[in-house]
Design a protein around this ligand. Structure first.
Ligand SMILES: [Zn+2]
Length: 109
């Protein structure tokens, strides 16, 4: 994968995740939804699900933006932690990862 296609892929992902965040925000504010009292309890439960979904999308968006910056400064292909080259197959699966498998596993542990 060359840098241009990686950049394009990250930009596509960024647009997709931003769109998702906007849709979630709209749902949480219940724009255009009915104000039926009987529906409000289930809406509140739904809001909690939406909020956690929104938070993980925000985190994903931050990672994508960081990956785009790393692509610009040339550190995209290197692990943030150990400086080793991140295998292309891993970047193919997770284009916004900043870590090699070894470091990612260490950080999760
Ligand atoms: Zn590493």
């Amino acid at each position: 994968m060359d840098e241009n296609s990686i950049r394009q892929r990250l930009l596509d992902l960024k647009a997709e995740v931003s769109g998702r965040i906007r849709a979630i925000d709209r749902d949480i504010r219940h724009e255009g939804m009915s104000a039926d009292w009987s529906e409000q309890a289930s809406e509140r439960e739904n809001d909690e699900v939406l909020e956690s979904l929104g938070n993980s999308s925000e985190a994903e968006l931050a990672q994508i933006k960081a990956a785009l910056l790393r692509l610009e400064d040339g550190s995209y292909f290197r692990c943030d932690e150990c400086g080793e080259t991140i295998p292309a197959e891993r970047l193919e699966l997770l284009p916004f990862t900043a870590h090699c498998v070894t470091c990612a596993e260490k950080m999760q542990a």
